[in-house]
Write a protein that binds this ligand. Structure first.
Ligand code: UFG
Length: 326
């Protein structure tokens, strides 16, 4: 298949583009490099630098078989502080993409959605029929796009899947997390192990969880990429599926730090800090629908494998790490 991957210079988009190429597909990446790295675009992909809203109509033509749409702003805290950038950036570019697909007669779409669409869950594990009440602008923009895709599926026959990721981590080959602004737990903990930070802050130890720290569901980025390919291959015209993707098991912040200590052999000092606004106490996915609909089975569900792969990537970065002392 010939596929357009927007945001293919980002972490998840870059890994998915690599997996598509390995499986013999042709890949064209659009990315404006506002948060992505040129190095993350896999060799073998055609790279077009620029804004999706502007370029989608120019790049897409009837020779394409489908689109994986990752390009988006994705920092929860930033989305609350600067909502305009998120509504403009995420929603406008997605609508432009949907219209470009229509104009070109390309009707197969996989969209990168998020667990942040659910907000504070009433119960876990979270299933797709639970209320979507996002507590931040990032989640609200992704939910709005999910609604738009549903309308386009009904009106124009688009075949689509929105994949709602929980906490994506790990690395695949030479692709991993190396953001200029890092806020995610595992890469930050590994930066401590590398000596690029003194300690990791634990955002609250008084949550209503067994050890008082927040519980999350960590999914290996390679398992996530497999689900994208399966979704693309099984999309049906006029149907918009919404599927959660997680490992189904929750780990507390303290448990994650302990696994990182074990894998890296580094003491990784931690300091308890105030709760981070907007954090739900527990987020764990039910991925049963994805398993049923896609025939997907995570092949790397163990947190140790996730951390081991992330560490292999981070420790090999050296001075190319954005966190490296300059
Ligand atoms: N945490 C710390 N210290 C840190 C960083 C994080 O204690 O320095 C904690 C957070 O408070 C949270 C957990 O580690 O409890 C995981 O935090 P991340 O920032 O790694 O991930 P989030 O759970 O906040 O966010 C993830 C995705 C988002 C998505 C969200 C869904 O990265 O894109 O899940 O709620 F929106």
């Amino acid at each position: 298949m010939k596929l357009l991957v927007t945001g293919g210079a980002g972490y998840v988009g870059g890994v998915c583009a690599s997996v598509l190429l390995e499986r013999g597909h042709e890949v064209v990446v659009i990315d404006d490099l506002s948060t992505g790295n040129r190095d993350a675009v896999p060799a073998g992909a055609t790279f077009v630098e620029g804004d999706v809203a502007r370029l989608a109509g120019e790049v897409l033509d009837p020779t394409f078989d489908g689109v994986m749409h990752f390009a988006a702003r994705s920092l929860v805290g930033e989305s609350v502080a600067r909502p305009g950038e998120y509504w403009q950036g995420n929603v406008t570019s997605s609508l432009a993409m949907l219209d470009a697909m229509r104009a070109a007669g390309v009707d197969n779409l996989v969209f990168s959605s998020t667990a942040a669409t659910y907000g504070e869950p009433e119960q876990v594990p979270i299933t797709e029929d639970m209320p979507a009440r996002p507590t931040n602008t990032y989640g609200a923009t992704k939910l709005a796009i999910d609604h738009a895709i549903s309308s386009y599926a009904v009106a124009h026959g688009v075949a689509a899947t929105s994949l709602r990721y929980f906490n994506v981590a790990g690395a695949y080959g030479s692709a991993g997390e190396n953001r200029e602004v890092e806020t995610h737990l595992i890469p930050l903990v590994l930066q401590v192990a590398l000596g690029h930070r003194d300690h990791i802050k634990v955002f609250g130890d008084d949550w209503p969880t067994p050890d008082g720290t927040c519980v999350r569901d960590y999914i290996h980025v390679a398992d996530l990429a497999d689900a994208h390919v399966l979704a693309l291959e099984s999309n049906r015209p006029g149907v918009h599926r919404i599927l959660n993707l997680g490992s189904g098991e929750g780990f507390s912040v303290r448990e994650v730090i302990d696994v990182c200590r074990e894998v890296t052999g580094h003491p990784i000092p931690d300091v308890v800090a105030p709760r981070r606004p907007g954090d739900p106490a527990v987020l764990v996915a039910s991925s049963e629908k994805a398993m049923r609909e896609l025939g997907w089975r995570p092949s790397r569900p163990d947190l140790r494998t996730v951390v081991r792969d992330a560490w292999a990537f981070t420790s090999a970065l050296g001075d190319r790490a954005h966190s490296a002392p300059r």
